[in-house]
Design a protein around this ligand. Structure first.
Ligand code: PFF
Ligand code: NA
Length: 456
C-alpha cells in the first residue's frame, strides 16, 4: 500500500537536497562526454533542437510522473510499483517498470563506470603533464593506448566502482546526501572556473553556429531516436533512479518546480559543455564527429597547448569524474534499496554484492575496446555499444512510455492529483493531458520509425 510513512531507507533533509541529489544523478557523462559527441555525429543544430523538444515534451512530464510514483510508493522502485499497482487495482504487467528499470541500471552502470574510469585516468595524465605541448598524434595515441590496455582499464573501472559502492553502503543520509551536498557545489565551482578559462580561447562563434543552426535535411529517423533516448539518459529517466530519489522526498515539496529546476540545470550543463568543447574542436580544425574519443583526444591535446593547461586540464577531468560519481550513485541505489527490502540484509551487503555483479558485467565493456573488439552482440555493435544502445535507445524510452501510461491511465486521477499537489489546477491538467496523450504518442512514433529500420 502507498503510505504516508517515511521510506525505511531515510528521507532527504529538505527539498534542496532532493534537488541536489537529482541534479547529481542527471548531470554526468551524458552531458559532458556523450551529448557533445552524439551532437557531432548527428550533425549539430537539428539534432540539438529535437533533443530540446524531447526534454520539454517527454523528459519533463515523465520526470514529474516518476518522482510522483516514487514519493507515493515510498520504497525501492520494484516494491513501489507493487504498492502502486495494488492501490490502483491495475494489472500486474505494470510491475515490468520496476524490473526492467533495475536491469537497465545494471547495464548502464557497467559501461558508465568504464568511461568514468577513463576520466580518472585522465586526471592523472593531465596532472603529470603527459599532454603538455605534445602534437595531435601523440594525444590520439594516448587514448588508443589506454583503450588497448585491458588491465589498465580494469584498474580504473575497479577504483570507480569502489568509490560508488563506498558512498551508497553508508545509506541515504550519511552516504548519498552528505556526499552530494559537498560534491555538487564543488562541481558547480569547477564548471564556472573552466568556462571562464575556456571562454577566452577558441572559436566560439562556429560552435554556436554548429549547435544551433538547424539543417533538417541532415536529420535521419535514427538521429531522432538517439535524441529521444538521450533525453531519457541525460535526465536519468525510465529506470527508477529518479523514482528511488523521489521516494526519499519530503511530502510537502512541490514536484513540478523541483523537476523544472533539475531538468533546467541538466540542459544548461549539456549546452555549456557543448559550448566549451566545440570551440576548441573548431579552433584546431578538427572534426566534430570524432565519436567517443572527442573529449579524450581533442580536449587534452588543446589543454596541453595552453598556458596553465596542465592544471586546468586536470581540473576538467576531476569535474567529469565528480559528475560521473554522483550519477553512478543513483544508478546503484534502486537495486540496493530493493535488495535491502527483499532479503532483509544490511545495506553494506546488498550494495557490495550488486557492485560486484556490475563490476563483472563491466569486464565486457573493458574488453570491447581490445581483446573482444570483433565480438558483436548486436550487428556491428560490441558489448559496450550494445549495452549503450539497448539501454538508452530501447529500455529507457520503453520504461518512460510505461511510466507515462501508468500515471496517465493506470493510477487513479485523484491519486495523481493529490501527489502532484499543484496550486494551479490548469497547469496540472496541462501536464496530465501531455502525459496521457502527447508523451506516449511521441515515444511510440519515434520508436516505430527509429527502431524498425534498425532491425531490418
Ligand atoms: N543522467 C546520467 C548522465 O547524464 O550522465 C546518466 C544516468 C544516471 C542515466 C542515472 C540513468 C540513471 F538512472
Ligand atoms: Na545528464
Amino acid at each position: 500500500m502507498a503510505n504516508n510513512n517515511e521510506s525505511i531507507h531515510g528521507s532527504w533533509r529538505n527539498r534542496w537536497t532532493f534537488i541536489l541529489a537529482a541534479t547529481g544523478s542527471a548531470v554526468g557523462l551524458g552531458n559532458i562526454w556523450k551529448f557533445p559527441y552524439i551532437t557531432g555525429e548527428y550533425g549539430g543544430g537539428a539534432f540539438v533542437l529535437v533533443y530540446l523538444m524531447c526534454i520539454a515534451l517527454v523528459g519533463i512530464p515523465v520526470m514529474m510522473a516518476e518522482v510522483a510514483m516514487g514519493r507515493r510508493g515510498r520504497q525501492s522502485p520494484i516494491n513501489s510499483m507493487k504498492a502502486l499497482v495494488s492501490e490502483a487495482k491495475a494489472g500486474p504487467g505494470w510491475k515490468l517498470i520496476g524490473w526492467m528499470g533495475a536491469l537497465a541500471g545494471f547495464l548502464i552502470l557497467s559501461f558508465y563506470s568504464v568511461v568514468a574510469g577513463w576520466s580518472l585516468s585522465y586526471v592523472l595524465k593531465m596532472a603529470t603533464g603527459v599532454f603538455t605541448e605534445v602534437d595531435q598524434t601523440v594525444a590520439g595515441d594516448q587514448f588508443n593506448g589506454l583503450l588497448a590496455d585491458p588491465s589498465m582499464l580494469m584498474v580504473w573501472h575497479t577504483i570507480f566502482m569502489i568509490l560508488t559502492v563506498g558512498v551508497v553502503i553508508r545509506g541515504v543520509n550519511k552516504g548519498i546526501e552528505s556526499t552530494i551536498t559537498v560534491l555538487m557545489p564543488l562541481l558547480f565551482v569547477l564548471l564556472v572556473i573552466l568556462i571562464g578559462y575556456g571562454a577566452s580561447k577558441g572559436d566560439i562563434m562556429s560552435a554556436v553556429d554548429f549547435m544551433f543552426a538547424a539543417d533538417f535535411s541532415k536529420l535521419s529517423m535514427e538521429a531522432v531516436l538517439v535524441a529521444l533516448g538521450h533525453s531519457f539518459f541525460t535526465l536519468s529517466l525510465g529506470m527508477g533512479a529518479i523514482m528511488a530519489y523521489g521516494s526519499y522526498m519530503p511530502r510537502n515539496a512541490s514536484i513540478a518546480s523541483t523537476v523544472f529546476t533539475v531538468a533546467g540545470l541538466d540542459t544548461l550543463v549539456a549546452l555549456l559543455a557543448g559550448l566549451a568543447i566545440f570551440p576548441i574542436v573548431f579552433a584546431n580544425g578538427l572534426e566534430p564527429s570524432a565519436g567517443p574519443g572527442l573529449m579524450f583526444v581533442t580536449l587534452p591535446f588543446t589543454f596541453g597547448q595552453m598556458p596553465g593547461g596542465q592544471f586546468f586540464g586536470a581540473l576538467f577531468f576531476i569535474l567529469v569524474a565528480f559528475a560521473a560519481w554522483s550519477s553512478a550513485i543513483s544508478l546503484i541505489e534502486p537495486a540496493t534499496a530493493w535488495a535491502v527490502e527483499r532479503f532483509k540484509v544490511s545495506r553494506a551487503k546488498a550494495c557490495t554484492l550488486i557492485g560486484v555483479i556490475i563490476w563483472a558485467l563491466g569486464i565486457g565493456s573493458v574488453l570491447s575496446f581490445n581483446d573482444w573488439s570483433e565480438f558483436h552482440l548486436l550487428p556491428g555493435k560490441t558489448i559496450f555499444d550494445t549495452f549503450d544502445f539497448m539501454t538508452a535507445n530501447v529500455m529507457l524510452p520503453l520504461g518512460g512510455l510505461l511510466i507515462a501510461l501508468f500515471v496517465g491511465f493506470g493510477m487513479k486521477y485523484h491519486h495523481a492529483y493529490n501527489e502532484m499537489n499543484m496550486k494551479n489546477a490548469g497547469l496540472f491538467n496541462l501536464w496530465y493531458i501531455v502525459l496521457r496523450f502527447v508523451t506516449p504518442v511521441a515515444i511510440a512514433i519515434v520508436f516505430i520509425n527509429g527502431l524498425l529500420p534498425e532491425c531490418s
